[in-house]
Write a protein that binds this ligand. Structure first.
Ligand code: SP5
Ligand code: ZN
Length: 341
């Protein structure tokens, strides 16, 4: 398996996350990636490569240009306004359809945010760009005929929509990779999202597309972030009708519940006739995850990987969430090892 990694992820090193009414140390922290890297090396899963540079054009295939320009200038604008803390969105348009974009950074933050859990900081944009290059390098490895790749990237991406950041995400790495695969030979691409949280951003980006199937297993949105999407009746629209599949699962769901949903999702992917598969690999379905409510054990990630591998599709794994930092390495390595069996 080709593994891609950039140490530029450490530029995303926020000091604050607004969580349950307090400012806490962010769950999505640099140690996550370095611990996974250590474990991958120990497990000798494959050679680790620095990313190639693809520039911003592939990201602009799924994100709006004005949003990308906002990400590029947000920190500069925040400091120019004289603020000293990290930039946290605080006010949202109640009707996004007719909202005009404010000029002041305090307004722009809410205009382009889906949640207040993601402080914008110096270096966040640099790290987000590096993460997208890591994902693109993995997609490129598949486009060149590779069977499997792992993009060890952070910040994660699956909550980021065309023009929204939040849920610790800025650029949607998995969506950018899927779009790249479509642009480089794959007639149909599937995205399987096994992160505990619904991949609302990826769903939104491909909701009207019939050539990219999105399937996601996640905590029931009635109970779990991001709350406003992930219901089973969200099945796609227009040309994308039938190409979106959500599997909301209840509090306490373990491998038995999970496997039933996974089997159905995998069958959907096989029937779809995808030429390539992108897996949004979050490991926050783990029982010990501090912000999630499933009960998978470390060995269940091996089973998950095995089941995904049985599809026999060219597969790119893109790292998403997973906040039980002590076990994050073993859980990711188990998923990838299971896939290779
Ligand atoms: C990529 C990813 O996994 N993003 C997740 C972002 C979740 N951020 C908000 C979490 C709110 C969780 N509230 C439950 C706290 C339990 N103590
Ligand atoms: Zn997550």
């Amino acid at each position: 398996m080709h593994i891609f990694y950039s140490e530029r992820h450490i530029r995303r090193d926020a000091k604050t996350e607004l969580s349950n009414g307090r400012l806490v140390a962010p769950y999505e922290c640099p140690a996550r990636a370095t611990l996974i890297l250590d474990r991958l090396r120990q497990a000798r899963l494959g050679e680790i490569f620095a990313p190639r540079e693809f520039g911003l054009a592939p990201a602009l295939r799924v994100h709006d240009a004005d949003y990308v320009a906002f990400l590029e200038s947000a920190w500069r604008e925040w400091t120019a306004a004289g603020h000293e803390g990290e930039a946290i969105p605080m006010v949202w348009p109640t009707n996004r359809d007719r909202a005009r974009r404010p000029e002041a950074i305090g307004g722009k933050l809410g205009y382009y945010a889906l949640a207040a859990d993601t402080s914008f900081t110096e270096g966040s944009w640099e790290a987000a760009q590096a993460a997208a290059q890591v994902a693109l390098s993995g997609a490129d490895a598949l486009a060149q005929g590779g069977r499997a790749a792992f993009a060890l990237c952070r910040p994660p991406g699956h909550h980021a929509a065309r023009d929204l950041f939040g849920g610790y995400c800025f650029l949607n790495n998995a969506a950018i990779a899927a779009r790249f695969l479509r642009d480089h030979g794959a007639a149909r691409c599937a995205v399987l999202d096994v992160d505990f949280h619904h991949g609302n951003g990826t769903q939104d980006i491909f909701y009207h597309s019939g050539d990219v199937l999105f399937a996601s297993l996640h905590g029931d949105p009635r109970q779990a972030f991001p709350y406003f999407s992930g219901y089973a009746d969200e099945t796609g629209a227009g040309a994308g009708e039938g190409a979106n599949a959500n599997y909301p699962l209840p509090r306490g769901a373990g491998w038995t519940d999970y496997e039933a949903a996974l089997s159905d999702a995998l069958k959907r992917i096989a029937d779809f006739g995808a030429d390539a598969l992108v897996v949004s690999l979050g490991v926050d379905a783990f029982a010990g995850d501090p912000i999630s409510f499933f009960t998978l054990g470390s060995a269940d990630f091996t089973r998950m990987g095995e089941r995904i591998g049985a599809l026999r599709l060219p597969t790119l794994f893109v790292l998403e969430g997973g906040y039980a930092v002590a076990e994050i390495g073993i859980n990711v390595v188990n998923a990838l090892t299971g896939f290779q069996q």
